[in-house]
Design a protein around this ligand. Structure first.
Ligand code: SF4
Ligand code: MG
Length: 338
């Protein structure tokens, strides 16, 4: 079977003083074995809550998975007791975050932390064996002088090196899925490109599937096979990566693509989508993008668009009424035609 992870109708709710907020609002998607899938969206769209839900790390309270399933190799992670889930984390699914400094303990050496991370899952391994594995993984992620680095503390490393250490740590037990949540956002552009290249290489060499969470559509262009775009807790578009750049169908995706800097033209001022993401739960009727959409009609504020299959292409879905009239290219922007 090709499918590794299947998320079915997932809803993750935060119970706050302002009421129940569905941060992830009934989303469904899958990741194939060895594939790189990106989830793209602005902050607050639900992409990080999606990854925390898969990891069983939704802060609770106030958060809770309130419906749906997360099937990893057919096993539903949402029903696993925490003790079992702890075994899944690191062994089957591992995660790296934006700022490695928050996940590395400043008080312990890199080597100590890598060795301990192995021994959580390989209880019968001797320290020496774990140490050799740690050094092997550090070399694998392109860290020079791995033996020496084992004795260093996190603050002695650059941001890029720390992120490599985190990737090494995540991959120590050969997980089937690596979740990378904004792994390069805190790094400068050159280092960003190196880290993304590394993630892609490791994906190819180790066949680890990757779920890449990012706000930057530019980041996914060269890294991923498929893309999911999220907006206000929902999936608004899903397509293979080439398709989404060639033939974006949702007005929000189009806006994201127009905000990606184009190096060829050295554009200084970028298009940015006016307005803000509505808070999940604040819009109950109509399309959640309607307040920012240049194509919105009256219908958009009174009816919820379903996720349509895009007719002209395969594996392509878009949550926009424009699909009923042949897609975005056949329709003029309301603001243009007025
Ligand atoms: Fe815009 Fe309407 Fe499509 Fe929503 S359904 S994205 S408001 S055109
Ligand atoms: Mg986030």
């Amino acid at each position: 079977k090709r499918t590794l992870l299947e998320v079915k109708d997932l809803e993750t709710t935060f119970f706050t003083e302002d009421g129940a907020i569905p941060a992830v609002d009934h989303i469904s998607f899958h990741i194939n074995r060895g594939e790189i899938l990106a989830i793209v969206g602005e902050s607050g769209c639900g992409k990080s809550v999606t990854s925390l839900s898969i990891m069983g790390l939704v802060p609770s309270p106030p958060g809770k998975i309130t419906s749906g399933q997360i099937l990893l190799d057919g096993q539903d992670l949402t029903t696993l007791p925490e003790k079992q889930m702890r075994k899944v984390r690191g062994r089957d699914v591992a995660m790296i975050f934006q700022e490695p400094m928050t996940s590395l303990n400043p008080l312990y050496t890199i080597g100590y932390q890598l060795v301990e991370a192995i021994r959580i899952h390989k209880k019968d391994w001797k320290k020496k064996q774990a140490k050799l594995r740690a050094i092997e993984m550090m070399r694998h992620v392109g860290l020079p002088r791995a033996e020496e680095l084992m004795n260093n503390y996190p603050h002695q490393l650059s941001g890029g090196m720390r992120q490599r250490v985190m990737i090494a740590m995540a991959l120590l037990c050969n997980p089937k899925l690596l979740i990378a949540d904004e792994p390069t956002t805190a790094l400068d552009v050159t280092i960003q490109a190196q880290i993304l290249k590394l993630v892609k290489e490791l994906n190819e060499q180790l066949n680890t599937a990757v779920l890449l969470i990012t706000h930057d559509l530019g980041v996914v262009a060269e890294t991923c096979e498929r893309v999911i775009v999220m907006y206000a807790g929902q999936i608004v578009e899903e397509a293979p990566v080439l398709e989404i750049f060639k033939n974006p169908q949702h007005p929000y995706t189009l806006g994201l693509i127009q905000s990606v800097p184009d190096m060829r033209f050295k554009k200084t001022s970028l298009y940015s989508i006016p307005g803000n993401v509505p808070k999940p739960g604040s819009i109950n009727v109509g399309c959640r993008f309607a307040t920012r959409c240049e194509y919105a009609t009256d219908r958009c504020t009174s009816e919820n668009p379903p996720l349509y299959e895009v007719e002209s292409s395969q594996l392509h879905r878009s949550r926009c009424f424009l699909q009923e009239s042949g897609g975005i290219k056949n329709v003029q922007r309301v603001t243009e035609s007025q």
